[in-house]
Design a binder for this molecule. Structure first.
Ligand code: EPZ
Length: 423
């Protein structure tokens, strides 16, 4: 396992290129199962989660080739010969459940391991299953697997989600493209990754309206054809690196960044005293004053403040002037970064889904432990301005969602290095 050592250093300056979105790519890749013609994804991120999805699709008999140093993925499910997604792959990455809807829609049957929980919460998939049942699938849960059948194919239906779910919206959207008749998804997720998926499916011949709003309408078609599609910019990587100059000081341009992807987050940064301006090539973030102001944060489905940026925002607020209250409404256990930040001198009180952060002048570097993908990067961000050295272990969590973090931060002046951690 590797660890990352970051030493508090002066202000940052320079540019950071933002990659394609992990959470868009993880739903675009299974879309290959909807057609036996080739699907090519460009601007793909080079991440371990993408490699895990590649392994899963290959285990089903699909071809996935990473070209151009991994930035292009050439997929084809022409050779699909296995409809069972095994536990030992699915347990590594919950997004594996996204092969269920497409496989069911294409061939009328699928067996997919239940993903199990993860560090940030139980994360059930009941909404995925209810949506597919509404479309005529019969689902049998046994030995930890979902055995799904749709004899005669799926049928269009009205699906009303009781709560917003990104994954359930994606599974239902993909399944509906080949269902007989019209499907209406109500209280659908509005994330940019959903919009990106709908645009790719439309290029494949799907008939979809309303993506990006709470109601998506799909007219099922007989078959879909191949397409080429660029993965949308990763708004979570973008927000993460916007916080680097916010925490360490200085000015950094995020290449490929778009304000529309992070509007609610950028608003909070501005309220804290950070300036965010659009440039021809992306977004420039500047921290002028010597201390940011405390702000309150409530995580919400898009277009609200993203839960995937809550841990990183907390790292900024640990040294803000005043007390900030962060309310995590999406996941039940997403403050695991708090005890680690406390080891660095932060003052944080967690009660259920609420964290109260009282800003201190400066954090002190310390050995800390990464627990989940976004918590791990929040510890690195905190280390950028902490006094002395911060050693973040178990960075395999980090590599799931961030390409070469030490290179991207090192290029703008951070003192950061990766070491082998054979401990
Ligand atoms: C996606 O997860 C993202 N992952 C998550 O990013 C992100 O945090 C989340 O959406 C919310 O934005 C990918 O896209 C691969 P949900 P997903 O279904 O689809 C509950 C990261 O760091 N729920 O919107 O699993 C669920 O427990 C990851 O990149 C049910 O109860 O999220 C959660 O409390 C972490 N039943 C809430 O809904 C269901 O069937 C939102 O989950 C599904 C979800």
């Amino acid at each position: 396992m590797d660890r990352i050592v970051v030493t508090g250093n002066g202000p940052l300056s320079g540019q950071i290129p933002i990659a394609g979105a992990k959470n868009a790519c993880l739903t675009l890749m299974p879309a290959t199962l909807l057609s036996d013609e080739p699907l090519t994804l460009t601007n793909a991120p080079r991440l371990s989660d993408i490699r895990t999805m590649t392994t899963l699709l290959q285990s089903l008999g699909a071809e996935v080739s990473a070209l151009n140093d991994g930035k292009v993925l050439a997929l084809s499910s022409h050779g699909l010969n296995n409809h069972t997604a095994e536990y030992d792959i699915v347990r590594k990455m919950r997004a594996s459940i996204l092969v269920l809807g497409p496989m069911l829609a294409r061939d009328g049957h699928a067996v997919v391991s239940l993903p199990g929980g993860c560090a940030i919460g139980a994360r059930p998939v009941d909404l995925h299953l209810k949506a597919l049942e509404a479309m005529g699938a019969t689902l049998d849960l046994r030995d930890g697997y979902v055995h799904a059948e749709a004899r005669g194919g799926l049928k269009g239906a009205v699906v009303e989600f009781p709560m917003v779910s990104v994954g359930a919206t994606e599974n239902a959207l993909m399944a509906a493209t080949l269902a007989k008749g019209t499907t209406v998804l109500k209280n659908a997720a509005r994330e940019p990754e959903i919009v990106d998926l709908a645009q790719c499916l439309r290029k494949m011949g799907a008939q979809i309206e309303g993506e990006g709003t709470s109601t998506i309408t799909i007219q099922g078609v007989e078959r879909l054809h191949g397409a080429t599609h660029p993965v949308v910019t990763d708004r979570i990587e973008l927000g993460t690196y916007m916080l680097a100059p916010a925490i360490a000081g200085g000015e950094v341009e995020l290449l490929g960044g778009k304000l529309s992807l992070v509007a609610a987050f950028a608003e909070k940064l501005e309220a804290a005293g950070i300036s965010v301006t659009e440039t021809e090539r992306g977004l420039t973030v500047t921290r002028k004053g010597d201390r940011v102001q405390a702000v309150d944060v409530v995580t919400e489905p898009f277009p609200g403040f993203p839960t995937d940026l809550q841990a990183q925002m907390m790292a900024l607020l640990c040294t803000a002037e005043g007390t900030s209250v962060l309310n995590e409404t999406i996941f039940e256990n997403r403050f695991m970064h708090a005890p680690e930040l406390t080891r660095m001198g932060a003052r944080i009180e967690v009660h259920g889904g609420t964290a109260r952060v009282t800003g201190v002048e400066r954090l002190k570097g310390a050995p800390v432990m990464a627990t989940d993908l976004r918590a791990s990067v929040s510890l690195i961000l905190a280390g950028l301005a902490a006094e002395g050295e911060t050693v973040v272990s178990r960075v395999y969590h980090l590599d799931r969602g961030y390409e070469r973090v030490e290179e991207k931060l090192g290029a703008v002046g951070a003192m950061i290095r990766r070491e082998r951690d054979d401990g």
